[in-house]
Every structure is written in structure tokens, then in C-alpha cells.
Design a protein around this ligand. Structure first.
Ligand SMILES: [Zn+2]
Length: 431
């Protein structure tokens, strides 16, 4: 089973100065920076997925979340996505480079933001190895399998558009001489309707299907959908799971003949999750998670800056506590401080992130106690010392500090690496 990471322009400054929190001299965004597959010797994924909506602004759709500048888009299409992502050369020659439309970006729009011919041209110019036909997300999945007449017009329309697009898309790809492998997207309002869509896509000629709309579904519902689809299609037809949020439960889906899936969650959790920020593989072979230690830069933290402006605390005092927390943690890493002293210093600074948030003192104390317990666990286990990945070996304790994107993204890269290794190991055992 192949794990694809969906690119969200995640790169770091390889020469970042962690002691002074400064970029390397003369650093230019993107040009000086490195992607995870450049920074890490063991590439932490089997392929990349690029959403068209992240690259190109769709005409008439205000809500697409474009991340690329126009110049970056032009360069990607001129040089090819592989070269743009620096995912070329012999190391990556067999790696997948999948394109999809990023249907979430235009989910509120009556029709998909891009027409099949525009999408085929985009994938072809970008040099993608695989491309998903433009689909339209259907969110509600009713496990009771209501008949077509019982669902909303809008839902039926999305179903019909996705299938009609797929037919036009496949015709265009064939006419171009199959410059990439076309993937048929499955959308539906129930397991049965999704199975029917999968069957129709297969009849059109698709040998690779992508299942969308799984994001809000629980594990049991996803299993119901996959069972229904598998019963209806040929055993050789390949399945990709789009934007799979349950990546950590992937071992529960090994029986469904999944060829590939994409996810961003190991990276995102490094800085978005409340407590599971650092991945580790426990002695039992299961994934274990640690909280990162939050020592934000006072000058970059809105709450702290507001507190300073309102005179709740002084900038100098805060800065002194911030330095003390960092210093104590680094000393601890070197064996020159204790868990208790480090925890004290960290929480002494951390309390200012909570104070003045409008909740009562009792609530705040409870929250702080919880955080202290999680931080203590991280300190006691020192998981960064057990990891041999390129990030942890190079920056050591800095990887566990929740502070600046250069640390937070590197922790995300580490998570991708742990996750990918775990996947290969457990699925190797399952096979
Ligand atoms: Zn690591």
C-alpha cells in the first residue's frame, strides 16, 4: 500500500539557526529551502499528491485556497511538477506524482471549479503520473442506503456531474495518448450508490478508482463503503483513498485491496493537535504520541503580545522566563538538569499562554495541570533521543519544542518518517 503526502508547500530552511531563531543568511523562500524528501535520506512517503486548487485560481470561484503564486504556477507547468517539487532524479524515478482537483476548495460551488479539458491539460503539462477526474464532493453518507428518489436534487446532481465528467475526462486522456494514468473518482450518498458509481467507472474503462468524501466518516462507515464497492468491482481494479484522515488506523483497512492513499495528518498534527505532536513507535510496535513542549516566541505570540500591551505582564519579565525555559530544557537534554526543574521552568512560562484567556482561574489551573502531566511524560521518555531520523539526529531536542515553523515542520517531517516506516513494517507483516 502506497502512502502519498499531499503537498502543501512544506519546506524548511536547512541552515536555520535554532539558538538565535534566525534564518540562514541570505535565505530565499523556496529556493534555499528543502522539502522533506530532500532533507531526509529515507524518503518519508511513496509519492506526492498535488491539488490543482492549490496551484490555480479557478475563474468565478472565490473560495479556492490557492497557495501558489502565478509565477510558481507558471514555473510548475513549464518545468513539470516533478522538477518544481525537486522530486526528480533517479532517487524518485518510480515515485507516484498524482494530481487531483482539490474538490474541498470548491465544495460550496454548484459545479466543479475546473472543466475536464482544463484538468487534462494541467496534468499533462505538469507531467503527473496519475490524475483524478474533476469530482464534486457529496458529504452525507447514509448507511441505510436510501434510493436515488429519496435524496436531495443537489446530491443527485453532484453524483451525475462526477460521472459525466469522468466519462469526458477519460475520452480526452485517451485522445492524448494516455500521458498519465486516469483515476475515476467515486462519490455517493450511501455505500450502495458509491458501489454503483464505482461499477460505472469501471465499465467506462477506469482501472484505478479514488474514493472521496471519506473525511467525516467513522471507521465502521468507511468499512461499509469499501465492502460495498469491493463487492461490485473486479479484484484487479485499484483503489486510492483520497484525503484519508484516519491514517493511523490504516491497518484496519488492509483487507480491501487498497493500492494507495493520501494524507497530511502526520505532518499537520505536529502543530495542530492538542497533544499528539510527536510520533514514536512504542515497544509494542504501535504508534505512540507525545506532546511537544510549547515555548513560543513571545514576540510572535498574539496572546502574549496583547498581555504586554494591556500591561498584564512586562515584556522583559516574559522574555526572561522564555530564555529560562529554553535554557533549562537544553540543559536537561545534556543531562545537566532534572525533569522537575525543567518542568517548572517550562510551566512558569507556559502559564502566560493561558492566563487572561477569559476562562476562570479554576479552569485555568485544571488546564495547566493537564499540560504539566503531558510535558512531564515527554521529558521522562525523551523520545527524540531514540529516533535516528535525519531531523532528530541533526537538531536533537529542538524537534520537541513547539516554536517557529522551522521546528514545527521538521517535527512534521519526522512524523511522516515514523508513520511511513510503521506502515511498511506493519503492512509487511500483514502481507
Ligand atoms: Zn526523528
Amino acid at each position: 500500500m502506497k502512502f502519498l503526502y499531499s503537498d502543501t508547500q512544506d519546506y524548511v530552511d536547512p541552515g536555520y539557526d535554532f539558538l538565535n531563531d534566525r534564518n540562514s543568511p541570505g535565505r530565499e523562500r523556496y529556493w534555499s529551502d528543502v522539502y522533506a524528501h530532500e532533507l531526509m535520506e529515507a524518503v518519508p512517503y511513496d509519492g506526492l499528491l498535488v491539488a490543482m486548487s492549490a496551484v490555480r485560481q479557478a475563474s468565478g470561484v472565490a473560495s479556492t485556497k490557492v497557495r501558489y503564486s502565478t509565477r510558481e504556477e507558471q514555473r510548475m507547468l513549464r518545468d513539470g511538477a516533478r522538477k518544481f517539487l525537486r522530486y526528480d532524479g533517479p532517487r524518485f524515478k518510480d515515485a507516484m506524482l498524482m494530481g487531483d482537483c482539490g474538490a474541498f476548495a470548491y465544495v460550496d460551488h454548484p459545479v466543479p471549479a475546473y472543466a475536464p479539458d482544463e484538468v487534462v491539460e494541467f496534468y499533462t503539462e505538469g507531467g503527473f503520473t496519475h490524475g483524478v477526474s474533476p469530482d464534486h464532493i457529496i458529504f452525507d453518507c447514509d448507511l441505510n442506503n436510501p434510493p436515488e428518489q429519496a435524496v436531495d436534487d443537489a446530491v443527485r446532481q453532484r453524483y451525475a456531474i462526477t460521472l459525466a465528467n469522468a466519462e469526458a475526462f477519460l475520452g480526452l486522456v485517451r485522445r492524448e495518448g494516455m500521458p498519465f494514468e486516469p483515476i475515476g473518482p467515486v462519490q455517493g450518498w450511501s455505500p450502495k450508490s458509491m458501489a454503483e458509481a464505482a461499477y460505472r467507472l469501471e465499465r467506462m474503462g477506469y482501472q484505478y478508482l479514488a474514493i472521496g468524501g471519506l473525511v467525516p466518516l467513522k471507521v465502521a462507515a468507511i468499512k461499509a463503503v469499501l465492502s460495498a464497492i469491493r463487492e461490485r468491482i473486479l479484484p484487479d481494479t485499484k483503489i486510492h483513498l483520497l484525503g484519508f484522515a484516519k491514517a493511523d488506523n490504516i491497518h484496519e483497512f488492509t483487507g480491501f485491496g487498497i493500492t494507495s492513499f493520501d494524507s497530511t495528518s502526520p505532518l499537520i498534527r505536529a502543530f495542530k493537535d492538542e497533544k499528539a505532536n510527536y510520533y514514536s513507535e512504542g515497544p509494542d510496535g504501535k504508534l505512540a504520541y507525545y506532546t511537544a513542549i510549547r515555548i513560543p516566541q513571545a514576540i510572535e505570540n498574539t496572546r502574549l503580545m496583547q498581555g504586554i500591551k494591556r500591561g498584564m505582564f512586562s515584556a522583559e519579565d516574559l522574555h526572561r522566563r522564555e530564555r529560562k525555559a529554553l535554557g533549562e530544557l537544553r540543559a536537561f537534554d545534556q543531562g545537566a538538569s532534572t525533569v522537575a526543574a525543567t518542568l517548572d521552568a517550562v510551566m512558569d512560562y507556559h502559564q502566560f499562554l493561558v492566563r487572561g484567556d477569559g476562562t476562570g482561574a479554576e479552569q485555568q489551573d485544571k488546564g495547566l495541570d493537564k499540560t504539566a502531566a503531558l510535558v512531564q511524560r515527554t521529558l521522562e521518555h525523551q523520545p527524540w533521543k531514540d529516533c535516528g531520523c535525519d531531523v532528530c539526529r541533526k537538531i536533537g531536542v529542538e524537534v520537541i519544542i513547539f516554536r517557529s515553523s522551522n521546528r514545527n515542520k521538521r517535527r512534521g517531517f519526522h512524523n511522516l518518517g515514523v508513520y511511513h516506516r510503521h506502515l511498511q513494517r506493519t503492512l509487511g507483516e500483514a502481507a
